[in-house]
Ligand binder design. Structure first.
Ligand code: ADP
Ligand code: ADP
Ligand code: ZN
Length: 213
């Protein structure tokens, strides 16, 4: 099964994608995580991507598409995968669809986690991210058992630079301009589904599982 998670930054794509990946035993692929890994390891790609990420902009398609196509060619993707944060532009969606079509494959589900802008700022200002394993928490809705410490690996939790309110506004504008058109793109393909992302994490998860069957 090949699944795409759509939604504004902070809508809860990552939170859900991790649980779905576990349930269906498919890899969770987050382009944001891949970029952050490259930044942490100071690679050329990381240096380049950081400029855009810090400004709340999208990393250019030229850097993003090849990276994603290489990732989905790996062995662990044979039985499918769940994409979290890709595609974010129509050209990114087209590149993926074309690459899949060459092998007679396609995306099965595009699921939009729908959260209005008013709720997004609260979601993102409360998000805390593990500096080591990347696990995500929320100070109010999903607090770690010890403040500032990752439950999973014990490393320090931080607020991502791009989760500060100034950058969040910018990212929301970019989302509406460049990413939201994907809703119609996948509606036209007949694989679009939507869940109410303002509900609790458990309810959102159940709603997605009902769609996936
Ligand atoms: P969020 O969890 O808020 O949705 P991500 O971790 O997915 O954010 O992405 C963080 C940043 O990484 C984005 O704001 C963007 O700069 C960059 N990025 C991630 N995925 C893509 C993509 N598919 N295309 C372009 N830029 C991306
Ligand atoms: P995205 O990957 O779409 O950027 P995340 O999964 O990182 O979003 O979630 C953003 C923040 O909101 C995190 O701090 C997360 O713990 C929290 N969160 C996710 N889903 C919910 C929910 N249904 N209710 C309340 N908070 C949530
Ligand atoms: Zn951790």
């Amino acid at each position: 099964m090949k699944i795409i998670m759509l939604g504004a930054p902070g809508a809860g794509k990552g939170t859900q994608a991790i649980k779905i990946a576990e349930k269906y035993d498919i890899p969770h692929i987050s382009t944001g995580d891949i970029f952050r890994y490259n930044i942490k390891n100071n690679t050329e790609l990381g240096k380049e991507a950081k400029k855009y990420m810090d400004a709340g902009k999208l990393v250019p398609d030229e850097l993003t598409c090849d990276l994603l196509l290489d990732r989905v060619k790996k062995d662990d993707c044979k039985n499918g995968y769940i994409l979290d944060g890709y595609p974010r532009t129509i050209p990114q969606a087209e590149v993926l669809d074309e690459a899949l079509a060459k092998n007679g494959e396609k995306i099965d589900h595009a699921i939009n986690v729908n959260v209005p802008d008013e709720n997004i700022v609260e979601r993102m200002s409360g998000r805390r991210t593990c500096t080591d394993c990347g696990e995500t928490y929320h100070i109010k809705y999903n607090a770690p058992s010890r403040e500032g410490i990752c439950d999973r690996c014990g490393a320090k939790l931080i607020q991502r630079d791009d989760d500060k309110p100034e950058t969040v506004q910018k990212r929301l504008t970019v989302y509406h301009d460049q990413t939201e058109p994907l809703i119609d793109y996948y509606k036209n393909k007949g694989i679009y589904k939507e869940v109410d992302g303002t509900k609790s994490m458990d309810i959102v998860f159940d709603d997605i599982c009902n769609i996936l069957g």
